[in-house]
Design a protein around this ligand. Structure first.
Ligand code: 6PG
Length: 220
């Protein structure tokens, strides 16, 4: 797993700056359309703030979500709604470049259309749940064995919102660069499992074939 590189940071700002720089470098290396999938959850907040402060050719970037909760975009639980409020609204990106989730089937079609002919996303940001899930790929999820690129799933009991849509390992593993980010002491142990590729957790079973950066910050 030589493509798996782990780094630790003292602060969330330092981790966000490093992740944003990985994105900036990958974007600069490619001409034309650049496809990215954004993580949901709270961890990307500092990343979005950092990315929004960098003058990049956003008109070349097509934004997907790595997963989404089946709630209205106006809901605080919506990953697309959060990205729109805290990131998209602060950069010059055409609305046509933004890909909110509608259905798994339509998302698969959009992914295939925007990533043709390679069918590879250029960049993916992922988070890490305390239980080792990433995107909405939970332990025992049908997403792990799915041949689909996007799948509607029901989160485990107690995880709200329960109805979600997630990119599958099939879509994530073929991406050119994957950056997984985790922050805070509660994620330290599960982050180590992800770094080791420990198959006990979904994030450990992820096997990106491109660059795979795993970033951890002591502070959230
Ligand atoms: C989601 C996310 C999920 C998230 C982790 C970590 O929709 O919930 O995509 O995978 O990244 O649960 O969440 P935090 O960043 O809030 O800790």
């Amino acid at each position: 797993m030589k493509n798996r590189v782990a780094r630790k940071f003292k602060t969330g700002e330092a981790m966000a700056a490093f992740a944003a720089d990985l994105f900036k470098k990958a974007l600069a290396k490619k001409t034309g359309k650049f496809t990215v999938a954004l993580s949901g959850g709270r961890t990307p907040a500092l990343l979005f703030k950092r990315l929004a402060s960098i003058p990049l050719p956003w008109d070349r970037v097509i934004f997907f979500m790595a997963d989404e909760r089946c709630v209205p975009v106006s809901s605080r639980d919506s990953n697309f709604g959060t990205a729109r409020r805290t990131f998209f609204s602060k950069i010059k990106v055409p609305a046509s470049n933004l890909r909110p989730v509608k259905t798994a089937a339509s998302y698969e079609r959009e992914l295939l259309s925007e990533t043709a002919p390679s069918n590879k996303l250029d960049f993916v940001f992922l988070g890490l749940g305390a239980d080792g899930h990433t995107a909405s790929i939970f332990h025992g999820s049908a997403a792990e064995k799915s041949e689909k690129l996007a799948l509607a799933i029901t989160a485990p009991r107690g995880v709200k919102p329960e109805h979600r849509l997630t990119l599958t390992p099939k879509a994530l593993n073929r991406a050119r660069t994957v950056v997984l980010m985790a922050a805070g002491p509660a994620k330290k142990k599960v982050f180590e499992l992800a770094v080791r590729g420990d198959r006990k957790i979904p994030a450990g079973r992820l096997a990106p074939r491109g660059e795979f950066h795993l970033l951890f910050s002591e502070k959230e």
